[in-house]
Structure formats: structure tokens, C-alpha cells
Write a protein of this length. Sequence first.
Length: 320
Amino acid sequence: MPDPMRSYLDFEKPVAELDSKVDELRAMAASGTDIGEEVGRIEEKAGQALADLYANLSPWQKTMVARHPQRPHFTDFVNGLITEFTPLAGDRKFGEDAALVGGFGRFRGEPICVMGQEKGATTESRLKHNFGMARPEGYRKAVRLMEMAERFGIPVLSLVDSAGAYPGIGAEERGQAEAIARSTDACLALGVPNVAIITGEGMSGGAIALTTANRVLMLEHAIYSVISPEAASSILWRDGTKAQEAATSMKITAQDMLRFGVVDTILKEPVGGAHRDPAAMIAATGEAIAQALDELKELDGAAIRKQRRQKFIDIGRKLG
């Protein structure tokens, strides 16, 4: 039965209408009317409409799906995959940044360092986490976590979902660009395996700071780009209404990233997107993480660094 709290995207209106019709028929059935066959027929029609719709999403529609408020966030993945998770706070230089959460726990019994942006699921939590837009102290906290993981030989997992680093004046005054650059450099210098997963939006240097990894995975309807379609539209055409055109031209989808060699694997989402079955998406992500770590576990520190650096060098050569 459709979740009554589920929000539908604009292009999902045909499916929303069918789901609403199913709800009406179920209400009638509850009163004693025998319409089970009709309910089943419309449910099947709605399921097929959803499958057809999501089989041919445009880049802009994928952008909308990647931003869906009910999509699983960092906390959901941690709760579903990590045991004994202990978050660490602060960068030991300025303060705590709740937009970037990180700490240590166990993945399938083995120690792991986990970090990533948390967007929040309610108005209160979104404000607390600044909608997943990290400030310099967030990226410096990430560096602190990576240095600790390196010291104790613990692999690093990054879960990326952010519209970008916070662009406020205070963040710039505290060295936003420098903090992002140092986080990127820390990723490259790691002598332990690191795996990054783009779960929703992977925008700007705020994403690159955590995704310079041995293995970069991406959910099927996630997006990855140096700039948002709206910002690109404003810069290129001085018109923010051309975001849809920008999204198509920018090649920001998971399928584009795999073709360019920027990501290693696409994780297939449930029909209708990860927000329709978060538990299944989290379970599939866990399997992908386990496989990626298993492929890297026999490599020593020097080999880990060499493989990671070569990966990014090859991207430049391929696209050049």
C-alpha cells in the first residue's frame, strides 16, 4: 500500500493519480465491497507506469530524484550498516560542524571509519545539519578522522550527499577552499583502503573532498558535478530557469560518470528510486561496500596509494 506520507515529484503525477485511486478502492473494500480484482489491476498498472517512467528519466528528472527529501541519508546508512558507531566531534581548531558527521564503528564485525554529509529529515534536523552543506571545520574534522584511521590501519568509508560546501562569508573567512583541498589531499595520501559512495547529490569540491577514493560507487539516480545545474545556468546564460538544459549538457548522471570512468560501479536502485524502499537500497549498498573492501584488503599501503593515484590519472588521460 502506498505510504500516505510519501511526496511525489512533478513528473510522477500519473503514478500519484493511480496510487490515489488504489487508496480509494481499498477504503471501499474495507467497508465490505468486493473489488479486490480491480485493486490488483490498478496496482499492477501503477507499478508498470512507475517502472516505465524510471527507465527513461532525463538528467533533470534524475536531479529531482537525487534531491528527494525521503531518500536515505547518512544516518540511515549508518544505522543500517554500522554497529557500535561512535561519532567524533570538532576539528580541534575552531569547532564542531554538524553538516559533516564522522566517527568509528564496525562494518560486518570489522573496524571502519565512516564520514559523510547529513542533510537531515525534519525541519529541525535540516537546520541543525545545515542541509548537509559543510563548513571548513567539517572538512578539517574529516582530515582528523582520516589521520586517525591511517594511524590504526582502519579503512575509510565516505557517504556523500550534499548540494555543495557552505558558501557563506564566515566559511570563506575560515578557509573553505583550503580545507577542501587538504581533505582531498588527505584522501590521496591514505595508506588504507577508502571507498566513497555518492548516495544523492555529489556537488562541487564539497563532494570531491570525500570522494577521492580507491573505489567510487554511485547510486543509479544520484548526480555528480562540479556545480549545480541552477548555478551553471546562471553563469552560462544568466538565467536560472535553464537548469534543465544545463543538467543535460553537463553530463551529471551516474551513467555519464561510469562512461567517463569517474565512478567504478553503479548501484541499482529499487523501482521508483531509493526513497521507495530505503531498506533494500541500504542492504544493496552494504553488499557493494563489502565487495569493494574485499578487493582491496590484500594490498599494502604503497599499493593502495598507487592504485588510487593511478585511478585519477587515468580519468584525466581518458577524458583528455
